[in-house]
Design a protein around this ligand. Structure first.
Ligand code: NAD
Length: 425
């Protein structure tokens, strides 16, 4: 904390171009060491190696490069009447990251914070800390001044707690579970320190009756199972017209069963194990509870997948006949489990999609794009994909309700780390 504070004035005083050049060098370093980082993350987390390379390394590289790009653009300052409105960096950032996209979530915080002129004390997840050390080496090699990025490691309730309660912190940025998010919100609220909280989700994929069912269900299952379902924006609820339920179940089961489980380093593997024994047990318990509550098992299940004696594997699982009031439709499972729910009409589909305390992501499929966009506007979440619209790393990312607050990525993510000051002339 002392190092971050001592480094702040010098770092904030650098020109945007100087900071941009350093961030561009970090992006280059990430790209050069991409293969090594992909192996580290595949080993720590269990995501298949090619996906690790593409997503777990690709996205953070883009985050640093895009912040460098923003800083090289002319920085226009707003004038309102006799006021000049300027932005000032908050100061020292406490950044706390989870394990599921370990380097991406770190980069989504560290890159815009550094770009804004803040210094950062970062605590990576204790489950996946290694990629943070590689990032630190890359920053060092790129010439980042001492103290601008500091890394502390350890357990959340010990090291994380010490970090968020430290009086030297000017702003907290957290990605993780709802429970820890609530706690951090309480602490920072009490201390009057701003905090951005990126929490969990229970996102719905609304397939309207005029959509291409095969395409929509295939895309939904694939998105649900990415990273073994350990993705905050996983589409874990599939909403289909009641009369198409049985057809949707058949498609979903076929797609789920084609997700070959195995060693993340084996070329045939489409889905790796879960991150830990604890996570596997949590997911199995969710599946058992769903079945107990009346959901029908269409694929997978809570038992160990055949032929895989080692590793924390859970078979890609599809549950149907799920009702919105069941725990499986309300709680974030954070594993490879899709719930299928039937609806009566468009209004009912929107009602079910919004029947969640979370509000992170969602999807709408329809043959009529204008209709899909109309529905998307009524879904109460931070982002909605229409007809498989691709993830956009320059667009604001974040949630509403119990999915948290604040936005990451792109210009909006950058703005989170500075406050506005009006200078009256
Ligand atoms: P977690 O809340 O258990 O841990 C996240 C981080 O918080 C870890 O670094 C942990 O050490 C730290 N921590 C724990 N207790 C703390 C405390 N008392 N004080 C300070 N820090 C503390 O979450 P996780 O299991 O690592 O990640 C999974 C969760 O993250 C899921 O709920 C997922 O949806 C969510 N997530 C959200 C987003 C998003 O952008 N909205 C992205 C990815 C993951």
């Amino acid at each position: 904390m002392t190092a971050a504070r001592a480094a702040f004035d010098g770092w904030a005083a650098k020109s945007p171009q100087e900071r941009g050049a350093l961030l561009a060098a970090v992006a280059e370093g990430l790209s050069e060491r991409g293969d090594e980082l992909a192996v580290t993350i595949a080993t720590e987390l269990g995501m298949p190696l090619p996906l690790s390379r593409l997503i777990q390394v690709g996205l953070p590289t883009m985050s640093f490069a895009s912040m460098a790009g923003l800083l090289l653009e002319p920085q226009a300052e707003e004038e309102i009447g006799n006021s000049l409105v300027v932005r000032e960096p908050y100061g020292v950032v406490a950044a706390i990251a989870p394990w599921n996209y370990p380097l991406h979530q770190i980069a989504a915080k560290v890159a815009p914070a550094l770009a804004s002129g803040c210094t950062v004390v970062l605590k990576p997840s204790e489950v996946t800390p290694l990629c943070a050390f590689t990032l630190a080496q890359i920053c060092h090699d790129a010439g980042l001044p001492p103290g601008v990025l500091t890394i502390v490691t350890g357990y959340g309730p010990v090291v994380g707690e010490a970090l968020i309660t430290n009086p030297g912190v000017d702003i907290v940025t957290f990605t993780g579970s709802e429970g820890v998010g609530r706690h951090i919100g309480e602490v920072t609220g009490h201390n009057l320190v701003p905090a951005t909280l990126e929490l969990g989700g229970k996102s719905a994929c609304n397939v309207l009756e005029d959509a291409d069912l095969q395409q929509a269900v295939t895309a939904c299952v694939t998105r649900c199972l990415l990273n073994s379902g350990q993705t905050c924006i996983a589409l874990s609820r599939l909403l289909v017209p009641r009369e198409l339920l049985s057809e949707a179940e058949t498609i979903a089961a076929t797609v789920a069963e084609a997700h070959t489980l195995g060693d993340p380093f084996d070329a045939d593997t489409k889905m790796g194990p879960l991150v830990s024994a604890e996570q596997r047990e949590r997911v199995r318990e969710h599946i058992r509870r769903g079945i107990d509550e009346g959901a029908r098992l269409v694929a997978g299940g809570p038992d160990a997948p055949e032929g895989l004696q080692r590793g924390y594997f859970v078979a890609p699982t599809v549950l149907s006949a799920v009702r919105s009031d069941m725990a499986i439709a309300q709680e974030e499972v954070f594993g490879p489990v899709l719930s299928i729910l039937g609806y009566e009409d468009e209004e009912d589909a929107i009602r079910i999609a919004n029947d969640s305390r979370f509000g992170l992501s969602g999807a709408v499929w329809s043959a009529d794009e204008a209709r899909a966009v109309r529905v998307a506007r009524r879904i109460r979440t931070g982002q909605v994909d229409v007809n498989g619209g691709a993830f956009n790393p320059a667009a604001p990312f974040g949630g509403v309700g119990c999915s948290g607050n604040g936005r990451e990525l792109g210009r909006h993510g950058f703005d989170e780390f500075s406050y506005m000051k009006s200078i009256q002339l």
